[in-house]
Design a protein around this ligand. Structure first.
Ligand code: FRU
Length: 501
């Protein structure tokens, strides 16, 4: 338990610096991500009336750089008949739906309307904006797609140029299927095909998306990726996202390999990419939460945080391509760098880094790894808060939050989550730590873990260590992501303490 003063201080300290969190109330899935007129729009599932799930409506925030966000008012509000569940926004450049007048461009939201009365039917509905996303009108002809189902939701729509029509991926949640539909005008939809069940089918399917993605070497034609969130069955226990890479011929998606996990942590869900046809590579962000325990997070008055925006590509040989994700972070001016260590061999030793900021980017490069374990432990005062480690014996990279240094979230959440990473000789870790979250990107985004954690007190030191053998710490650099936020990294001289572990 925190004291009353510590609890009040923690409420401020848990607010993120480079991630979006609402000023008040509940936040979950990102919705309607669209880049338009030089702004990135982020709509999101919110409850305008409280900090728990309910009254689902679309909140709204905008950003020019995907790092600092301005929250605007509610974009599409629930009413007594209908809740506004997840969905997407497109820019209707050719006015296919006819919502724009002369000289105007309509943004069209395609979302799931959920009946609040009687059978809780889920149908696909439209709203449109002709003022760049500020204000929205619901289409009087709603719904535009109704299959008399109570588990039919989360439409994500894109323009498919080769067939000159809109394509929608939408979840048939209980059936563990994604239905694809096509339309010339966003109002009349033709069923094209169904994908699934396959991969993780233990839990219901939500928030699917189909999109084109390039190979990192840019030599090959774009591939297609199907991402599906699953409510159960993720290795971190509970919900997560799986993906398939394959081909799309305009009607049917064919996966060319088995399901893989998008993120190995417990807190990355309901991601979607920004609708921005000219933009390569695609970028997405996800909700750093899970319906299994989001209602128990210890914030007061506001609840829910988005992940960093991440640039996406695929890497690897034909038939075994994998997703890589790189976070969008501030550029690296030299003055914001607060830690830069010369290369050094660590053998049963540790080094202390003064990490006195709520938000940092820490990049560690490991080489010549023969150590049984290595990693970095963040501490607040005398308590360990968070450990990021590699265990040679288990062949895994893990993130573990320590009971003595963190406020528990829920009752049955595992504190240690791991991903297989067998016997690397070298590894690069990019760690983004921001107030109440950590995102770990291994080897340029090949493997990712996202976790929420709530430190009891401000983190002040990070110990980098290697034990049971040696490892070369080839480089270690940190940048302060909260240069104006008290207290800052670099407010103390950069000191390095060598110590035997
Ligand atoms: C996923 C989800 C969606 C639904 C929304 C409701 O988190 O369950 O399937 O549209 O949240 O808030």
């Amino acid at each position: 338990m925190l004291s009353v003063d510590a609890a009040a201080e923690a409420q401020q300290r848990w607010r993120p610096v480079v991630h979006f969190a609402p000023a008040r109330n509940w936040l979950s899935d990102p919705n309607g991500l669209v880049a338009h007129d030089g702004l990135y729009h982020l709509f999101f599932q919110c409850n305008p009336g409280g900090d728990q799930w309910g009254n689902m409506s679309w909140g709204h925030a905008v950003s020019a750089d995907l790092l600092s966000w301005k929250e605007l008012g509610i974009a599409i509000a629930a009413d007594t008949d209908t809740m506004i569940f997840s969905g997407s926004v497109v820019v209707d450049t050719n006015n296919t739906a006819g919502f724009a007048g002369p000289g105007e461009t309509a943004l069209v939201a395609i979302y799931t309307g959920v009946n609040r009365m009687g059978p809780r039917l889920q149908t696909q509905q439209l709203a449109y904006s002709i003022d760049g996303g500020r204000t929205w009108r619901r289409y009087p002809g709603n719904p535009v797609l109704d299959i008399a189902s109570t588990a039919f939701r989360d439409p994500k729509v894109f323009w498919h140029a080769p067939s000159a029509r809109w394509v929608m991926a939408v979840a048939m949640a209980e059936a563990r299927q994604v239905a694809l539909y096509g339309s010339a005008d966003l109002k009349r939809w033709e069923h094209l095909s169904d994908f699934g069940p396959c991969g993780a089918t233990q839990g219901i399917w939500e928030c699917p998306e189909l999109f084109a993605i390039r190979h990192a070497d840019h030599a090959r034609a774009p591939l297609w990726m199907m991402k599906i969130d699953v409510f159960e069955g993720h290795p971190a226990g509970g919900s997560g996202a799986q993906y398939f890479i394959g081909d799309f011929d305009g009607r049917v998606f064919h996966a060319s390999h088995d399901a893989r996990w998008v993120d190995h942590g417990a807190c990355f869900y309901a991601s979607q990419t920004w609708y921005a046809p000219a933009m390569q590579p695609p970028r997405w962000l996800g909700w750093m939460g899970s319906h299994h325990d989001a209602r128990h997070t210890p914030t007061v008055g506001w609840r829910g945080v988005m992940s960093t925006a991440r640039e996406l590509a695929v890497r690897g040989p034909v038939g075994s391509e994998r997703l890589v994700q790189r976070p969008v972070l501030p550029p690296h001016p030299a003055h914001a760098r607060c830690i830069a260590l010369a290369p050094q061999m660590l053998e049963d030793a540790r080094i202390g880094l003064p990490v006195r900021s709520r938000a940092i980017e820490l990049v560690l490069e490991w080489a010549e790894i023969s150590a049984a374990d290595l990693g970095v432990t963040f501490r607040a005062g005398q308590s360990d808060v968070l450990k990021i480690g590699y265990s040679r014996g288990r062949g895994e990279v893990f993130v573990e939050q320590m009971p003595e240094g963190t406020v528990a979230v829920g009752t049955n959440r595992e504190r240690r989550h791991a991903m297989p990473y067998p016997q690397p000789a070298a590894m690069q870790w990019l760690i983004v730590l921001d107030a109440c979250s950590v995102e770990l990107f291994v080897d340029d985004g090949e493997a990712v873990m996202t976790e929420l954690f709530f430190p009891c007190a401000p983190i002040d030191v990070a110990w980098v260590h290697a034990g049971g053998g040696a490892a070369l710490l080839a480089s270690c650099n940190a940048w302060n992501l909260a240069p104006h936020g008290p207290p800052a990294i670099g407010s103390v001289p950069i000191g390095v303490h060598d110590e035997k572990a």
